[in-house]
Design a protein around this ligand. Structure first.
Ligand SMILES: [Zn+2]
Length: 259
């Protein structure tokens, strides 16, 4: 399972693309969130992802920095003759995304025709992608309905937090995962702001990784570098003693096959 970070920045970070991760497994590419706009296309190209292999998009929630790249992605997939695309997410997320797409790119659903499918996922539901690849949804704790996801492939696993406050359900779902990709929007000194905006501190992310028994932790959804980046790692490393990294755009992690 190969995990490529296409975008790792929070909504107002001008130095990074916004949130999106590509997981390549079973000759397919799964995208977990799609960044904020056309930048997703540049990043897919820079990461060497063949767009025609993108079959599934798992949206965490409807905020623009996670879902805004869907209209340009659909246009690109149509151009490359992609055989199908299924967009997964919570009911409220898919409703909101389809509603804004109706304004932003009228006709795209008709142009995609039967190649496009929408799949409402509830917390705890597992989607079987292909072969031994499956993705479980877990409701996390943000300001709007939001899903985290755990992708499993041949005994390897990677969990994605989406946007969330510290969340016990995510910890239970990601127990023993090879990789936890967790948002860390700020440090503990911003706790009140984090609570209000539905985000985690680096300490929250590290506690989640420790409690889940995750083998490694990557922090993402990074706000402006000058404000936080160094402090995030320091804060997280005081709690989680496994391998820990701050994500950067186009960083790749290969989770070795445990078969
Ligand atoms: Zn959000």
């Amino acid at each position: 399972m190969r995990v490529t970070f296409l975008g790792t920045g929070a909504a107002a970070n001008p130095d990074r693309e916004q949130c999106s991760v590509a997981v390549e497994a079973e000759q397919q590419t799964l995208l977990f969130d799609v960044s904020s706009g056309t930048g997703i296309l540049r990043q897919l190209c820079a990461a060497g992802v063949d767009n025609s292999t993108i079959r599934h998009v798992f949206l965490s929630h409807s905020h623009f920095d996670h879902a805004g790249g869907l209209p340009p992605l659909m246009l690109a997939l149509m151009e490359c003759g992609s055989p199908s695309l299924t967009v997964h997410g919570a009911r409220e997320t898919l409703d909101a995304v389809r509603c804004s797409m109706y304004d932003e790119l009228p006709g795209v659903e008709q142009w995609m025709g039967e190649r496009l499918a929408w799949d409402i996922m509830d917390s705890g539901e597992v989607f079987h992608v292909a072969g031994k690849t499956r993705v479980e949804a877990v409701a996390v704790d943000h300001t709007v309905p939001c899903l985290g996801y755990v992708a499993r492939d041949n005994g390897n696993s990677a969990a994605f937090s989406g946007d969330t406050r510290f969340c016990e359900r995510l910890i239970a779902a990601s127990e023993g995962c090879d990789l936890l990709v967790h948002e860390a929007a700020a440090t503990e000194d911003m706790k009140e702001w984090l609570k209000m905006t539905g985000h985690s501190s680096a300490r929250d992310a590290a506690c989640a990784a420790r409690d889940a028994g995750a083998r490694r932790l990557v922090l993402t959804h990074i706000d402006r570098e000058s404000k936080y980046a160094g402090d995030l790692l320091e804060e997280a490393s005081s709690v989680f003693d496994g391998p820990l990294r701050l994500a950067h755009d186009l960083m790749t992690i290969t989770i070795s096959d445990r078969r």
